[in-house]
Design a protein around this ligand. Structure first.
Ligand SMILES: C[S@@+](CC[C@H](N)C(=O)[O-])C[C@H]1O[C@@H](n2cnc3c(N)ncnc32)[C@H](O)[C@@H]1O
Length: 355
């Protein structure tokens, strides 16, 4: 897209976190006018990277959409896209034991904030991302019903980010809604981006001055000796002879990926908030005897290597922000689809006005 055409349409990002979604929206050509989040560290991080966006640090339930409209000089129906990723803890299949029972969390009801904002702002289109578990939750059905009442056509599907230019397996539900036309999802590709392709933009951590890449980490001898023995490039602790495995792992068969290494020529596993801890998943570097760094995790999520993160509270909260993000490239693909629809509707309107 030529630069001068960029940012023709407007967007607001609810639950903006560190800004993965906003970055994707900007790449797709949207101007992100405002963003809301109640976590001070996420807000600081967001501000460092998206300086022109009106940033509201508050519990979304206390934010009046009308106040945002006044600040931005918007009327109902002016906004092109309302987008966001409500917190998803309670919908995760891990938390609900593969959906066997539901965990009621007040945080889950935050999905309805979308409908509350949509009712007042009446944006032309909407995009919401969440874990696949939401697909089977009654709250999604209720949200869709509310949006339909407001005149939106909705569709929700689960996609893997690996099919949208992200070097990572990450299944996520995306809801698209539109008052313009039936929303259309971006087409997945066959080609998957690999860990090697994503990480080759980075220097070795010890040669880097990036504070989230060369952050000093000390691991216990026990863990180090285990990691050293995991076969390079995709190996697991289950590849080790039984006598080399930890007592607790021998007894317990679950979570086979923990202490596993990523494979150079495959996408990474889902980057979670635990992504710098080898005991939380397959987060060991393909060949070095260490977990991936925060910068590697961010790059595997699709953030550019210069994206700034606030280390004021140490590395674990940064890992959490990175793991929570909507991979920018994944967001970009679906946002582009909405962008094209908005463009087509603008052209149709000009043609109708001419005839
Ligand atoms: C899934 S993360 C968002 C990720 C973000 N869209 C990105 O791409 O980087 C959910 C966010 O919701 C925020 N949040 C949780 N409860 C909130 C509330 N009541 N009001 C505003 N933000 C909230 C959290 O601080 C977190 O940043």
């Amino acid at each position: 897209m030529p630069d001068r055409q960029k940012h023709r349409f407007s967007a607001i990002d609810l639950f903006c976190g560190c800004g993965g979604l906003s970055l994707g929206l900007r790449k797709a050509g949207f101007k992100v006018l405002a963003a809301v989040d109640n976590d001070p560290l996420s807000v600081n991080t967001y501000r460092k990277n998206h300086r022109r966006t009106l940033l509201i640090e508050n519990d979304i339930q206390s934010v009046e959409p009308v106040a945002i409209m006044q600040q931005l000089n918007l009327k109902a129906g002016d906004l092109d896209l309302l987008a966001g990723c409500p917190p998803c803890q309670g919908f995760s299949t891990l938390r609900t034991f593969n959906g066997a029972y539901e965990i009621d969390e007040p945080m889950n009801d935050l999905v309805f904030e979308f409908a509350r904002f949509a009712r007042v702002l009446l944006p032309k289109t909407l995009m919401m991302e969440n874990v696949p578990g939401l697909m089977n939750d009654d709250r999604l059905r209720r949200l869709r019903r509310r949006l339909r009442t407001l005149g939106y056509k909705c569709d929700a599907k689960v996609f893997d980010a690996a099919r949208f230019g992200v070097a990572q397996r990450r299944r996520r539900m995306i809801l698209l809604a539109s008052r313009v036309d039936r929303p259309v999802f971006a087409m997945p590709t066959r080609r998957e981006r690999t860990v090697a392709e994503a990480l080759r933009v980075l220097l070795e951590p010890e040669n880097s001055e990036d504070p989230i890449h060369n952050y000093p980490v000390r691991r216990g001898d026990h863990v180090l000796s285990l990691i050293r023995r995991i076969p390079k490039d995709g190996g697991s602790r289950t590849d080790l002879p039984e006598e080399d495995q930890l007592e607790c792992h021998r007894k317990f068969d679950g979570f086979k990926d923990i202490y596993g290494r990523m494979a150079w020529r495959r996408p990474a596993p889902t980057i979670t908030g635990g992504c710098i801890n080898p005991s939380k998943g397959r987060f060991v570097h393909p060949e070095e005897d260490r977990a991936i760094t925060l910068r590697e995790a961010a790059v595997l999520q699709g953030f550019p290597k210069g994206y700034l993160f606030d280390l004021a509270r140490g590395r674990y909260p940064v890992a959490q922000m990175i793991g929570n993000a909507f991979p920018p490239k994944f967001a970009e693909h679906h946002a582009r689809s909405l962008y094209r629809q908005l463009e087509a509707s603008l052209q149709n309107r000009s043609l109708t006005a001419l005839s």
